[in-house]
Design a protein around this ligand. Sequence first.
Ligand SMILES: Cc1cc2nc3c(=O)[nH]c(=O)nc-3n(C[C@H](O)[C@H](O)[C@H](O)COP(=O)(O)O)c2cc1C
Length: 173
Amino acid sequence: MSEYAIVLPEDFDQSCFKLIGKEWMLVTAKNQEGVLNTMTASWGGMGVMWGTDVAVTVIRPQRYTKEFIDDSEMFTLSFYDDTFKQDLTYLGSVSGREEDKISKTRLTPTDANGIPYFEEAKIVFICKKLYKQPMNPEGFIGDAKELDEQWYSNKDYHIMYVAEIEQILVRQD
Ligand SMILES: Cc1cc2nc3c(=O)[nH]c(=O)nc-3n(C[C@H](O)[C@H](O)[C@H](O)COP(=O)(O)O)c2cc1C
């Protein structure tokens, strides 16, 4: 069992560009029946909204994980060493709707007060949902309208979730 330190958001000094964009993260939630699902994400952000520290994640409507996030007040964003990249690749290419994909990885489900993540995580953001909104194609400005064509040819616009960061856990090696 890993030991984690609780780090305040203002003291968290790792690059979210690197963590989210390069290393990727798992978005994990448990439904009311206690079943969990997870998926890989490499888009999102960390910041401040409504006077509180927040994490943002964007989920396409067809993701099975979306059903779990919608069914739960809380979810986690978790980050892993490079050695788990193949597991994150798998969790980001197969749906939990099709198979018990987590059992095919080296990740071990655990939880913090019932909020799920995986024992192998080096960093865990425990998040409480505050706001959700589907991307609106009319929101793209000027040349950025190309992004609509580039990313949403199927009109499967991401749903943006803004969540309060309740706790950041950083593994102590
Ligand atoms: C590197 C990587 C990044 C991804 N980022 C996102 C993302 O930010 N949002 C999203 O909706 N899907 C993203 N995906 C796709 C989902 O992880 C993928 O469709 C997954 O199989 C969904 O699983 P689920 O149906 O069990 O939720 C990403 C996949 C990979 C490999």
